[in-house]
Design a protein around this ligand. Structure first.
Ligand code: AMP
Ligand code: ZN
Length: 485
């Protein structure tokens, strides 16, 4: 039984789907005004592990991940510049070109990290009509009001506003330092922002100074663009219906973005938005600060490659820490992860592609290490138990390592487990040998006898013969390891 920690209830809960055997999964995607940093990518790796665990448990998964290409302002309080327009100004391109370029870069990163593609990657700008419809529904139900710069959601109209984050009403009063603008309550948020500010003294028709915007659309309330939270509510409903099963993101989304998605979706449709809410902890820099796009600590997958850290080594690094614990970045830790992954590939190759011939064994007694079926089954069960305990990947990985070291899993299991780990072990293996030839086995046996008699010239000669036959020979403490070259 799969159990997941639900942010909404703050409990570990048994996972039950709305529709038998299938899962609707929505994960908030990137704002494509710059490259994703490896902190962002940690969140997508966690979501990929969740999805692979669902698949491993036999569920069908319909996965939607949006692409935010409009409306995300530099401040979560609905102020500041649109991040897309800011990116365009920075690079002297159009906002549309910026979106196109960084969407491609993002999808490339996902591929490098062996993250399974979503079934849909809807872009916010392709679903403006649906977003306007959602605002119109909220208007009909009396949840909105208009200011000179946009249309806002009135959070005081929802008795359970803030339930996801456990926000307390009394702490939601406007503080002296917070600029409320014309908002009625500090938590109210923009559904639609106007391209031009309507003069408060002459609301009817008169327009203030017009901002230069590349991305804007007509709406019943005025020309402008959607608020950031709106796209996820509109597009999740369009592709997954409401409610759907699981909604994910990083922990920073809990108090604002997801809280507001819940508010507008539940107010509009009178039913829950999603049943399970899962959030990934941050990648932090030493000292505890989060890695952020706006700070100096902006490390991309490309920067890792320049330091000889492969994307899969970064994935491996992330798997070693539970997704609900902060993970501290350091180059040293990443180098250790790269080493660890290299060893894991080597150990897998030795399991899948080589035969250890014990020195005391006669060559004709050699066989692939027999494994007991009950031991194999018990390892498979333990692996699943770890996954299903709220995605305990560190424990699953430890079990994987231990089984690899003592050769207690089969090649088939190795590949099965990697369906969840996603480390692409298969393509890092040397070609497995089916069975070494009788002649080679004879040479190995003769070589062992020569070695026991300290007849090194003969031992070297036999090694050479084996190498000419296409085998690689390694003397280990357990015997002679023989692998296809
Ligand atoms: P953004 O592109 O800013 O919308 O963020 C994309 C995703 O990355 C969101 O799910 C964020 O919650 C997540 N995120 C942002 N910073 C970090 C970080 N330092 N560590 C882990 N996830 C992060
Ligand atoms: Zn979202």
């Amino acid at each position: 039984m799969l159990r997941l920690y639900n942010t909404l209830t703050r409990k570990l809960e048994p996972f039950e789907t709305l529709k038998k055997g299938s899962v609707g999964l929505y994960t908030c995607g990137p704002t494509v005004y710059n490259y994703a940093h490896i902190g962002n990518l940690r969140t997508y790796i966690f979501e990929d592990i969740l999805k692979r665990t669902l698949l491993y448990n036999g569920y069908k998964v319909k996965h939607v991940m949006n692409i935010t290409d409009v409306g995300h302002l530099t401040s979560d309080a609905d102020e500041g510049e649109d991040k897309m327009e800011k990116g365009a100004a920075r690079e002297g391109k159009t906002a549309w070109d910026i979106a196109e370029f960084y969407t491609k870069a993002f999808l490339h990163d996902l591929k490098d990290l062996n993250i399974l593609p979503a079934d849909k990657h809807p872009r916010a700008t392709d679903y403006i009509k649906e977003q306007i419809k959602l605002v119109a529904t909220l208007e009909k139900k009396g949840f909105i009001y208009q200011t000179s710069d946009g249309v806002y959601f009135d959070t005081s109209k929802l008795s359970d506003y803030g339930k996801l984050a456990g926000l307390k009403k009394q702490s939601l009063k406007a503080g002296a330092r917070i600029d409320m603008g014309e908002k009625k309550h500090i938590t109210d948020f923009a559904l639609w922002k106007f391209s031009s500010r309507v003069s408060p003294s002459a609301r009817e028709g008169a327009r203030g100074e017009r901002e230069k915007r590349q991305m804007e659309w007509k709406s019943p309330w005025g020309v402008g663009f959607p608020g950031w939270h709106l796209e996820c509510s509109a597009m999740s409903e369009k592709f997954l219906g409401q409610p759907f099963d699981i909604h994910c993101g990083g922990i920073d989304h809990i108090p604002v973005h997801h809280t507001n998605e819940i508010a507008q979706s539940e107010a509009a449709y009178g039913k829950p938005l999603a049943n399970y809410w899962l959030h990934g902890e941050f990648l932090v820099i030493p000292g505890g600060d989060k890695m952020a796009k706006s700070s100096e600590n902006f490390i991309t997958l490309e920067s890792l490659k320049k330091h000889d850290i492969s994307p899969l080594a970064y994935r491996y690094f992330c798997l070693q820490t539970h997704y609900r614990k902060p993970l501290t970045f350091s180059w040293k830790a990443l180098e250790a992860a790269q080493n660890g992954l290299n060893h894991l590939y080597a150990a897998s190759a030795s399991l899948a592609g080589s035969i250890v011939i014990p020195s005391e064994a006669r060559a004709d007694e050699v066989e692939d290490t027999p494994r007991s079926e009950s031991l194999s089954q018990s390892i498979t069960n333990q692996f699943l138990t770890h996954l299903n305990s709220d995605l305990d990947l560190p424990a699953a990985l430890a079990l994987f390592w231990q089984s690899l070291k003592n050769h207690s899993i089969t090649q088939k299991q190795l590949f099965q487990f990697d369906e969840v780990l996603g480390l692409d072990i298969k393509s890092h293996l040397k070609k497995p040998i089916e069975k070494i030839s009788a002649a080679a086995q004879k040479f190995v046996s003769e070589r062992n006898t020569a070695r026991a008699a300290k007849d090194w010239p003969k031992s070297d000669e036999l090694r050479k013969k084996l190498e000419e036959m296409g085998y690689e020979i390694k003397d280990t403490k357990d015997g002679t390891e023989i692998t296809n070259k």
